[in-house]
Design a protein. Sequence first.
Length: 342
Amino acid sequence: MTKQGRIILTKVLLQSTIILILIFFLGCNKSSTSTSTNNSGTPTTPISTSEVLEFVNITNPSGGSPLRSVLFIPAAASTVPAIVVMHGSGGLWSNTDVNKMASQFNSWIDSFRLYKIAALFIDSYTARNVITFHDVAPPDNIFLAAEFVRPRDAYEGLNYLRTLNRIKPNKIALMGFSHGGTTVLSTMVDAAAIAKTTAWSLINNNVTYTIGVLSPAAKPTAGGFVAAVSFYPGAAMFSYYGRPGTPSNGKYINYAPLIIHAAANDPLYTTTYTNSDNNTLINAYDGLILKAQLNASSTTITKYVYVGAAHSFDGVTNSGADADASKLARTRSLDFLKLYLF
């Protein structure tokens, strides 16, 4: 072989070696990304498959500072369903570290990881200079009302999740606890179906408040949540949807399936109201369900009552009625969510 021939052969072998090395490294990286396709079968942007747990900011519908939130996406080779989580009156964060979520929510991440469900935990309080919001009534609660302010937070979360290429945009549910549970009840209402020409109001101690009271939050044009779970909410909602004990007074129409977890020893559940339709006493949970059932366009509402359990039982891990309720309610919630997310 001539000298020139040997030089050419050496170049060819060197190029082949480089190509083999590139193929090797590309193959090694397949575990961290996958390629999705659009409806025509054309490859689109690669999707990361690694687990994500990070702080994100979403738009504050009240204006001002964005809502600090925690985004969790499980490791998965394809797109996943998701859930927006609304904290209770104690807030989202640990009592000892504002950069860590309360243990209750961290344990939910463990469940979401197992079932390959993404989650967005929205902090509705910090951006509005609130730490906790226990037992706040009208007019003091209006700026952060579960009936009409926080549902708009929930929909901002829904809109945000729909911008992420790892999330199934039409497989997103909603969950909330206590004040966040009340938020769930109001978020799931069909705002167009219950629209009225008179002013919306909240009533507390026989005083009616209308200033600052908004109409119910409307679903995004892309659609609302596919299902929702509400833990021990305040279902009376200061008569926002009409008198809580009288189904025929006012309207409540939920647009997607909903389950409510009630603690049998919770005053939010045990307090009764006069049902003027039949002159009996009824709790706010049953009054809301009956109110919904008066309208054929309402979807299902399923109520579970946990005997011996108190308010805020979710996340309790020691022995007793609260721990038993937490375990069973979480199982029921996940089974319910799987029906609509997968």
